[in-house]
Design a protein around this ligand. Structure first.
Ligand code: CTP
Ligand code: CA
Length: 226
């Protein structure tokens, strides 16, 4: 079917999206994980494809279907996610919507850890690589636009501004994910767009709509960068 010009605003562009949580194995049956349904990230990948972009979606374990018209790479861990992102073709835009586990256990057990008289095991954690910061700080092959997310439970804007500066991305989509908001796992989202030019607060809307508006914004920022 024919699409209106506005809907093809990313024709000829390559977009990379990360979505979902990562799972960091403790042993063959247990993981350390973040909460993330993947709904917002997947909606962004879908909206980018609908706008005519060539999209690679790197997804952690989620229970929602793959978007249509998108190349999906399924991964489990943060290190696998980084490897998949680094081996994807260069992109014009990268959107990091994944809820990456910040830590993994220092030594994954090859066999199932059993309960016993010694009591619970102590887990030693090590930090995972920061995928967004790695790509945003690339000297060669950095996407024109690097977009991060900041899911916070307090000081949302201040935390997002600090992340924007620390990680070196161009835009942060910040939201308050306190349990009372119902955003985690829910169908709607209430976000602030944080960049060096300021903060813009969007009303609460469906995650699909956030995705569509974000893609419109990305297309117009890319246009200005040409
Ligand atoms: N991110 C990433 N790799 C990580 C951690 C985070 O790519 N290892 C990305 C997320 O996808 C998101 C952004 O960085 O786009 C911010 O993630 P967040 O968890 O809010 O930031 P952290 O730096 O991990 O800070 P903290 O969890 O302590 O708030
Ligand atoms: Ca984190």
């Amino acid at each position: 079917h024919l699409l209106a010009p506005k809907e093809q605003s990313l024709a000829g562009r390559r977009v990379l999206v990360t979505s979902g949580p990562t799972h960091e194995p403790i042993d063959p049956v247990r993981v350390l994980a973040n909460r993330s349904s993947g709904r917002q990230g997947h909606a962004i990948a879908q909206a980018a494809a609908d706008a005519g972009a060539e999209v690679v979606l790197v997804s952690g374990p989620v229970s929602i279907p793959d978007p249509c018209g998108v190349r999906v790479v399924h991964v489990e861990t943060a290190r696998e996610m980084l490897a998949a992102v680094e081996s994807a073709p260069p992109s014009d835009v990268a959107v990091f919507a994944a809820a990456v586990a910040d830590w993994r256990v220092a030594e994954e057990s090859a066999s199932k850890v059993k309960k016993g008289p010694a009591g619970p095991p102590a887990l030693t954690l090590v930090e995972n690589p920061d995928i967004l910061a790695t790509i945003a700080q690339r000297r060669i092959g950095r996407p024109t636009l690097v977009v991060g997310f900041a899911a916070e439970t307090n000081d949302v804007i201040a935390n997002a501004q600090a992340k924007l500066a620390r990680k070196g991305c161009d835009l942060i989509v910040a939201n308050d994910v306190s349990p009372a908001t119902g955003i985690m796992g829910g169908a709607s989202n209430s976000v602030h767009l944080v960049s060096v030019s300021g903060v813009e607060t969007w009303p609460s809307m469906a995650k699909d709509e956030v995705a569509g508006r974000l893609i419109d914004r990305i297309a117009s920022l890319l246009g200005k960068n040409q």
